[in-house]
Ligand binder design. Structure first.
Ligand SMILES: *Cc1c(COP(=O)(O)O)cnc(C)c1O
Length: 364
């Protein structure tokens, strides 16, 4: 059988592994930073009635005014800044990459490493040159000198600063961030605040100081991962250019109606985030009691741990899965993550089951 048509796929894509999402059926799912809580029953019923009114036969109204107003109020987006919506922040990252990609020119993107994989994937799909700046080995902080040197050398089109970072969980130091943002005045700078509900810290107000800054958020980690909605705030001059690349109906009417409704009840999501933060404190303390486990500081709804060389992260990951708990093995994702596991914080019951499974797997 001829396979000639496959030669049209770009070689760098042919040589890539597919993004692997493991089968979690029957397992306690602590691998993807999902909020374990759903909406209370009365809100679910109200939402169902609300969605029944949505005109499924019509395209979305592309201005998305009600949703943008709700997001502006919820996230305290400055009044003179614009908002762009994405089908998850993954799509916003893809749009940014498409908008800056120039044929026959080396266009550079700077990102920390280890960090969120989509920065690199999307850059690769769009022929961008990604320069990854290694985080400091001891605490995953920013190496400011390496960043300012790289900005001077590469004059990047785009700079990603996740706040907090995934998969390390830490919030970068504010003065380090500021030094980098000031050095990158000639670049588009994206502060990715996917975990903001658990960090309670933000660069949103800095939009008033830097017109090259974009603050990116998502409702995914907050409890609405299934509806796929990301948003990004910035100067109207910049957002209006990026918005030309956005497919006009990228956010569907069910997502639009759901998010607009749920944001009217943001107190429910805030309470859920509060419980997750309280559990984070308890889980981190319990992990710190385990011998030969190093717990990294986290401001997100997950925690990164490193096992000592007496243990093998692959074996502990497999042992936990056998005991019914799925976490994320980061051990092979980056040299700085050797023997590291990433664990999503969940309900008290699931967290306790995780701690028990981890201790048992360490004892195997
Ligand atoms: C999960 C995550 C996102 C992606 O979120 P979606 O809106 O679900 O696409 C973006 N940035 C970081 C750092 C993340 O960890």
């Amino acid at each position: 059988m001829s396979q000639n048509h496959l030669t049209h796929i770009r070689p760098e894509i042919l040589s890539m592994g597919a993004y692997h999402v493991p089968n979690a059926s029957g397992l306690i799912k602590l691998d993807a930073m999902e909020n374990p809580y759903t909406l209370p029953d009365d809100l679910k019923a109200q939402l169902a009635a609300h969605l029944a009114q949505v005109a499924l036969n019509r395209y979305p109204v592309p201005s998305y005014i009600a949703l943008k107003d709700a997001l502006r109020a919820y996230a305290h987006i400055p009044a003179d800044k614009d908002i762009m919506l994405g089908n998850g922040s993954d799509e916003l990252i893809a749009i940014l990459s498409q908008a800056i990609s120039k044929p026959n020119e080396t266009v550079t993107v700077l990102a920390p490493a280890p960090s969120f994989v989509m920065y690199k994937m999307s850059s690769l799909f769009n022929h961008l040159n990604v320069v990854e700046i290694a985080l400091n080995v001891d605490d995953f902080s920013l190496n400011v000198r390496a960043w300012t040197d790289a900005i001077a050398q590469h004059k990047p089109a785009l700079v990603y600063l996740p706040f907090p970072n995934n998969p390390t969980g830490n919030l970068f130091d504010a003065s380090a961030m500021r030094t980098i943002i000031e050095a990158a005045k000639g670049s588009i700078v994206v502060v990715d605040e996917a975990y903001q509900p658990f960090a309670l810290d933000t660069w949103m107000d800095a939009l008033n100081e830097f017109d090259n800054l974009l603050v990116m958020r998502t409702v995914s980690k907050l409890g609405l991962a299934g509806i796929r909605l990301g948003y990004m705030a910035g100067s109207s001059a910049l957002i209006s250019e990026l918005d030309k690349v956005r497919p006009p109906y990228n956010v569907n009417v069910l997502t639009e109606a759901t998010a607009t409704f749920v944001l009217q009840h943001a107190d429910v999501l805030a309470q859920q985030a509060d419980s997750i933060r309280a559990e984070r404190t308890r889980v981190c303390a319990a992990l710190a009691q385990m011998s030969r486990v190093r717990v990294y500081e986290t401001a997100a709804n997950f925690v990164l741990v490193r096992l000592s060389d007496a243990h093998d992260a692959d074996a502990v990951f497999a042992g936990m899965r056998e005991r019914g708990v799925l976490i994320k093995n980061m051990s092979h994702a980056h040299a700085l993550l050797h023997n590291c596991l990433r664990i999503t914080i969940s309900t008290p019951e699931e967290n306790t089951a995780m701690l028990t499974a981890l201790q048992a797997s360490l004892n195997d």
